[in-house]
Design a protein around this ligand. Structure first.
Ligand code: RIB
Length: 284
């Protein structure tokens, strides 16, 4: 880990997607058609969102991801470079760049279908993870990639999103596992040393072997779009964990960063800076 004066080096392993977003009054039920606004193309993917958020919060970040050879890839890489994410470890696949089909309703709730495309081809064989203080990973890549990353990272934080089975040895190697309430249902909290469960507008809880050790309420905010809020939470958590902050302070920082991320459309539309997060925390 790194001292608080130095920007932590963070490797983010995860997806890089084009998000095709349609706003609608309410989400469609199965078999139902609803009308929505014009489609908007935004940069997304859990890995890319986490990398962009961590860079904005002041970390030195490399995204470890796979994209296609298409125009979407060039556009996504430009966006990431624009927020200071290092892209040297992003590889190319013959499959199309990942795409997420997202609907967002009037209350800021969402539904997402991800076509993984190139993300499914990510392979870490040629990637040196040793330089990173922390590797943060999420689940829109192959399970074998997560196992590999966990076994070769100095400190590994896993965001189990979207929910899918995880090799128990990989869970054992995690410094912290981060899940939302739904994802946490498939985890055995008592067998995970540090598990952080996010609860949206209700904040987040830190469990140590299933015992609650910290709980933080979320700031009261009127969300515009909650897509990507969990990714910003994870990024903020990883950055402050790497800085060695106490567990409750890391949780409070991450909850605030995640809440601030809901104030504009798009997963990367309202990424807060470190100063914005600390200003909100000081007011609380
Ligand atoms: O967490 C939000 C992200 O999930 C979106 O950006 C979408 O691309 C999917 O990966």
């Amino acid at each position: 880990m790194t001292g608080s004066a130095t920007a932590p080096r963070l490797g983010v392993v995860g997806s890089c997607n084009v998000d095709l977003v349609v706003r609608c009054r309410r989400l469609a039920r199965p078999g139902e058609t609803v009308l929505g606004d014009d489609v908007v193309r935004l940069s997304g993917g859990k890995g890319a969102n986490q990398a962009a958020a961590a860079a904005r919060l002041g970390a030195n970040v490399s995204l470890i991801a796979a994209v296609g050879h298409d125009e979407s890839a060039e556009w996504l890489l430009d966006t990431l470079r624009g927020v200071g994410v290092h892209d040297e470890l992003i590889s190319r696949s013959s499959r199309p760049t990942g795409t997420a089909f997202i609907t967002v309703d009037d209350r800021g709730e969402n539904e997402i279908v991800v076509s993984r495309g190139a993300n499914a081809d990510l392979d870490l064989a040629d990637v040196d993870l040793e330089p990173f203080d922390v590797v943060l990973a999420s689940m829109e890549v192959a399970a074998s990639v997560l196992d590999d990353a966990a076994s070769r990272s100095r400190h590994f934080i896993l965001n189990v999103a979207p929910a899918a089975p995880v090799n128990p040895e990989t869970l054992d190697r995690c410094a912290v596992v981060i899940a939302n309430e739904g994802e946490a249902e498939s985890l055995s909290l008592t067998s995970i040393e540090h598990c952080v469960v996010t609860m949206g507008a209700k904040g987040a809880v830190h469990f140590k072997h299933g015992r609650e050790v910290a709980r933080v309420a979320a700031p009261v905010i009127d969300p515009v779009d909650t897509v990507g809020a969990g990714d910003v939470f994870c990024a903020a958590y990883a950055v402050m964990w790497a800085r060695g902050w106490p567990a409750r302070d890391v949780l409070a920082y991450a909850v605030t960063a995640g809440a601030l991320a809901t104030l504009a459309l798009g997963a990367q539309g309202a990424l807060p800076t470190h100063e914005e997060v600390t200003t909100w925390l000081a007011r609380a």
